[in-house]
Design a binder for this molecule. Structure first.
Ligand code: FES
Length: 160
């Protein structure tokens, strides 16, 4: 794990304990998770007990202590989405990206998650990609979803 950017993040925000959430958000955005070494450094620099830093990291859903890919795909498997074929969409994600739910692709690009309801059942099946909701998803739409990510980044379509 390359933590070379960590010092810049921690020093850039100063050492005021009231800024700890911003520092943790910056670390999450940079590394796509909160490395343990980073949390120890935050604790030292900001004078916040390590147990409190971990409590915050565990409490907020936006944070994760497990490494994630650059992109997060969340497939809803709740009842409304399930009856409208979300399992077929999930199978297509697994087949194309060669990744299982709860895992990250070998190249570190995509993490796949499933949830039981996203609160948008009328739009089922629903998928979230990097925080953006996509409605009425079908396996055929996966290619354009992955392609949109690559095009935004100006990179070739390796997974499509
Ligand atoms: S079951 Fe999928 S959004 Fe509610």
């Amino acid at each position: 794990m390359d933590l070379s950017q960590l010092e810049g993040i921690v020093q850039g925000r100063g050492s005021d304990p009231f800024d700890i959430m911003e520092v943790m958000q910056d670390i999450q955005a940079t590394y796509h998770y909160l490395p343990e070494a980073a949390l120890c450094r935050v604790s030292e620099t900001m004078g916040v007990p390590l147990i409190e830093v971990f409590r915050l990291a565990n409490f907020y859903k936006a944070f994760t202590l497990k490494p994630r890919g650059r992109h997060l795909i969340t497939v809803c498997m709740g009842t409304a989405c399930h009856v409208r074929n979300s399992p077929r969409f999930l199978d297509e994600v697994r087949r194309r990206l060669k990744v299982e739910p709860g895992r990250t692709t070998e190249d570190g690009e995509f993490t796949l998650e499933t949830v039981n309801c996203l609160g948008a059942c009328a739009l089922a099946p629903v998928v979230i990609m990097d925080g953006k909701y996509y409605e009425h998803m079908t396996p055929a739409k996966l290619g354009s979803l992955l392609g949109a990510v690559r095009v935004q980044e100006g990179r070739p379509l390796a997974h499509a």
